[in-house]
Every structure is written in C-alpha cells, then in structure tokens.
Write a protein that binds this ligand. Structure first.
Ligand SMILES: NC(=O)C1=CN([C@@H]2O[C@H](COP(=O)(O)OP(=O)(O)OC[C@H]3O[C@@H](n4cnc5c(N)ncnc54)[C@H](O)[C@@H]3O)[C@@H](O)[C@H]2O)C=CC1
Ligand SMILES: O=C(O)C(=O)Cc1ccc(O)cc1
Length: 313
C-alpha cells in the first residue's frame, strides 16, 4: 500500500463539499487521519454518527492542530473569520486551502490572517448539487469534474502540486488560474445561471391567474431544472453574490443586452433572428457534450474501480 499524501487532513465545515471530500479521501486513502469540525453540536454529532472521519472536534483551532492539510468547507463569507481563528494554531509547513465558489474576495480575506510559514493554495471544485448538510456528500462527487486552483503569486510550487495531486486522487481534473479570471469565468458559467433560476422560479410562483399547483403540475423539463438549482442553499448563494459582485454585474449587463435582442425579435415576429440564435446555442451545447467527459470518466473508472459509478454513467 502506498503512503497517504497527507498525514492529517482537517476539514472545517462538513456539508456537501466537506462531507464529499471526507468520503472520497477515505476511500482513496489520501490522508492518514481525517479530523472534522462543524459549527453546531447537532452537526458534529451527526458527523460522528456517519463514521466517515476519524475524529470530530469542537473548535476550528483544535481541528487544525498538527494537520498538514487544512480545507475550509464553509460559505465564502465565513472564510476570513475562520482563517483568523485557525492562524495561531496551524502547523508550520501546512497547506491551507478552501473550496469557495468565489476566489478573489476569499483569497484576500484569508491571506491577511495566515502566517507566512504555511502554504495557502485556494481551490474551487466545480462540482456540486442543490443539497447541503452532513448527509448530502458522496465520494464520487468530484470524479471527472474540474477543480480550479488559484495560488497567489509566489506560492510554493510543491504545495500547489501536492494539493493538485490530492484533488486528482478524488477524481478531479485540475486547472490553475488567477482568482480574478476564475471569478469572471464562473460568473457566467455558474453564478449567473443560478441567479436566473432564482428569478424565474419566483416569477412563476408570483404569476397572477396561474396557480402554483399548475406551475408544478405542468413543469416541463426546463422549469424543473430551474427549480432544482433554485433549491440551492440560500446562505451559500447570498455569499457568492456579495463576494463576486463586480463580475456578476458585468455578466448580468451582457445578459440583459442579449435578452433585449431576443425580446425585440419576438415582439417583431423576427423568426429568422430567433432561428439563428437557437441554432448557434444548439451548436454550443453539442460542442460541450462532444468535448464531454465520457472518455476521461471511463478512464477514471478503470483506474479506481472501488469508486463504482463514474460521472459519465
Ligand atoms: N454546494 C455546491 O454545489 C458547491 C459549493 N461550493 C463551496 O463550498 C463551500 C461549502 O458549501 P457546501 O458544502 O455546499 O455547504 P453546506 O451548507 O452543505 O455546508 C456548509 C458547512 O459550513 C458550516 N458553516 C455555515 N456557516 C458557517 C460560518 N459562518 N462559520 C463556520 N461554519 C459555517 C455549516 O455548519 C456546514 O458544516 C461554499 O463556500 C461553497 O461556495 C463549491 C462547489 C460546489
Ligand atoms: O447543482 C448544480 O448544478 C451546480 O451548479 C453545483 C455547483 C454550485 C456551486 C459551485 O461553485 C459549483 C457547482
């Protein structure tokens, strides 16, 4: 058996992402010991009951003691304060990371508290569901998904490589970019779509003359998908929009312009404009599916049969 990448992994926060990391890391033997903490006594009791970590402790400070990898798995708005809490208790040489959906603001909020003798390598696994809490995680979540690392300038390359190896061990493909670029890309590929889902579901709910039971009863595929996304955790998404304000507002501006063009085409009965637009978007979708991940997922499945199902199935 090969030695685990890390001797002690500390997870601060144990919801969908923390719980999925714990389950995947345990299955793949990526850490000698996994220590977890959660804010409420109820959550900690549940984490202990689940039996997917070695120890559950009460405080963030206790969790990071002697850990060589610390991952904050909490809402982005809470990361600065958590970094402040753990700073004095981190082991020299430890890698400190997070999983936040926004990077620039989180990197800034955490970096100002972390001591110079640790390696700060921020990360964002671009994989998730609308569910949250200790029971929602699963070991296969990251298989064949991207994990974006955004190391600040001057970060130790070995630390970045080692965290990359950890995420690859969980099944992810790893890419490196600046926090600012990350926030721009994710604003259009993830944050804006969530905002649209949150909007359209409440628009449908508040319609006069259409009952909510009719909306549910006649939900065709598109609307059902929106309701899934709009069921995502309110705290998490409040923090995303508060912390990626500029990039989201920029993308929202672009989106509103495009929406105005389609609105005009509908009002004028301009079928050609609508047809052209839909033809272009269909090609984009087909491109995404083609680049798709079936081959890599199958490859991962061959390498890690114990993880069972692959993302492509
Ligand atoms: N849910 C998703 O699909 C994805 C989420 N993320 C990021 O992962 C992070 C965690 O999200 P989830 O695991 O989905 O959330 P979750 O709601 O399932 O779990 C959050 C955990 O953080 C704790 N927590 C909440 N507020 C806190 C605070 N103020 N201080 C300390 N702990 C606090 C909760 O008790 C819980 O243990 C977020 O930063 C989110 O942006 C990243 C990729 C996907
Ligand atoms: O559930 C879905 O479809 C998601 O989009 C999950 C998700 C949410 C937030 C992220 O930062 C990354 C992935």
């Amino acid at each position: 058996m090969t030695a685990p990448l890390f001797q002690r992994l500390a997870l601060i926060g144990f919801g969908l992402i923390g719980g999925s990391i714990a389950r995947g890391a345990r299955l793949q033997g990526l850490a000698g010991e996994i220590v977890a903490t959660a804010r409420s006594a109820g959550s900690r009791a549940r984490v202990a009951e689940l039996g997917v970590v070695d120890r559950v402790v009460e405080t963030n400070a206790e969790a990071v003691k002697d850990a060589d990898l610390v991952i904050l798995c909490i809402p982005v708005g809470a990361c600065g304060e958590a970094a402040q809490e753990i700073a004095a208790h981190l082991a020299p040489g430890a890698i400190v990371s997070d999983v936040g959906s926004v990077k620039a603001a989180v990197v800034k909020a955490m970096a100002e508290h972390l001591p110079p003798n640790v390696h700060f390598v921020p990360a964002h696994p671009v994989a998730g569901t609308e569910n949250s809490g200790p029971d929602s995680g699963f070991a296969e979540l990251f298989i064949n998904r991207w994990c974006i690392l955004t190391p600040p300038e001057g970060t130790n390359a070995d630390a970045t490589d080692k965290l990359g190896a950890f995420w690859r061990g969980l099944g992810a493909n790893v890419e490196i970019m600046t926090p600012e670029h990350h926030d721009k890309v994710l604003a259009v590929t993830s944050h804006l779509p969530h905002l649209i889902a949150y909007t359209i579901v409440s628009t449908a709910q508040e319609l006069e003359g259409v009952t909510s039971s009719e909306v549910l009863k006649f939900s065709a595929g598109g609307f059902r998908d929106f309701t899934r996304i709009a069921a995502s955790d309110p705290t998490m998404w409040r923090d995303v929009f508060l912390n990626n304000k500029d990039a989201v507002l920029e993308m929202l501006g672009e989106f509103q312009e495009d929406l105005s063009k389609l609105t005009r085409a509908i009002r004028r009965g301009d079928g050609e404009a609508l047809f052209d637009h839909f033809t272009r978007t269909r090609a984009i979708r087909r491109g995404i599916v083609e680049i798709g991940q079936d081959e890599a997922a199958a490859d991962f499945g061959r390498k890690h049969p114990q993880l069972g199902k692959t993302a492509a199935e």
